[in-house]
Design a protein around this ligand. Sequence first.
Ligand code: 5GP
Length: 214
Amino acid sequence: MRPFPVILSAPSGGGKTTIAKRLLEQRGDVGYSVSCTTRLPRAGETDGKDYYFLSTGEFVAARERGEFAESAEVHGRMYGTLRREVRRVLGAGRHVLMDIDVQGAEQFARAFPDSVLIFVLPPSVEVLMTRLMARKTENDETVRVRLASALKELQAVSSYQYVVVNDDLDRAVSVVSGIIDAETARRERVPELDGLVQELVDELTREIQKRSEG
Ligand code: 5GP
């Protein structure tokens, strides 16, 4: 199996983080790329697990050293994917799952053209609002900023290969999982396909010869 990057994007409240968590629990062949951010940790978030929480100075220095495969400003904070995180997961033979915004997804896919881009849509504005409000950590201003970026992010759906409506979590997780399976079987991704087919051709040729001789 040749592992590849899987990008999940969605407007805030689309539910992609929950989908990502479920996939990581269910599939041993998927790993997560921990991003860097300059936003503050929310309650329950751990440095090095949810994000690497950096100061603006640290983030800019890492970006100048070329450590990011992509970086973007989202909701007024900086976010970036470390090249070494991507290499670590792919190097362990796992598909690398990334929860990144639409600007980052486009940059990343240019750097890693074998990426699979999946857009997660909330089923309705009502559901999106409920999910956002459920995060008690968000104040009015943050919610307003997130709704405005949700509106902007929705316009980017056409640059994604797949769209999953997150109306039911179990169903959405199994659709994303199915996409990963189907992409694994894509002809271009099957390692040493020529050799594999050649072996089958040789063996079949021998069988046919045997039968015509006998
Ligand atoms: P949150 O602050 O709610 O964890 O994430 C806010 C937004 O930043 C989400 O849309 C998420 O997909 C995006 N994001 C998280 N990590 C990265 C990253 O490494 N790069 C980019 N471009 N966006 C990210």
